[in-house]
Design a protein. Structure first.
Length: 150
């Protein structure tokens, strides 16, 4: 991918600490951006030491906010490191997506805002989410800066 396109996509994506390393049009209404972390190390959650020792790679496809009527997916590599201090493997923390979730925090926050001002079925359809996923976002507090609705 040309460097100028890469910089433009990084600016549009607006996720600190990541770089866009590729993009693919899945079809007319979808865009898949391959991203990776700029940092080469992660902090061990057990002993809080930095580790650069890569143990495994896990690739995921997560949904992000749409761009101009296109569904956007981020192809991410959630790396697993092995701590040199405590010898335990751990997965890196990603600031933009919760562990085991298939959508970004900002998509979750947008869904919550729209459901509070509209209805669940229309919001789920707009973001091409299953009704159950939209329900989980709203009622389980999946947005990073919001709380669950009780």
């Amino acid at each position: 991918m040309p460097r100028s396109n890469n910089k433009m996509l990084i600016t549009l994506l607006n996720i600190p600490g990541v770089k866009v390393v590729g993009n693919t049009k899945a079809h007319l209404k979808e865009l898949i951006l391959t991203i990776e972390a700029e940092k080469q190390e992660a902090i061990c959650p057990r002993c809080h030491h930095k580790s650069q020792h890569l143990h495994q790679n896990h690739t995921y496809l997560i949904k992000d906010l749409p761009w101009n009527e296109k569904q956007v997916f981020l192809k991410i590599n959630r790396r697993q490191f092995k701590c040199q201090c405590c010898s335990k493997p751990f997965s890196e923390e990603l600031e933009y997506v919760a562990s085991r979730r298939k959508y970004t925090y900002r998509l979750a926050e947008q869904v919550v805002r729209e459901v509070l001002n509209g209805d669940l079925l229309n919001v789920a359809a707009r973001y091409d989410l299953k009704e159950s996923d939209a329900t989980n976002v709203v009622f389980c507090g999946q947005a990073k800066n919001s709380t669950a609705i009780n």
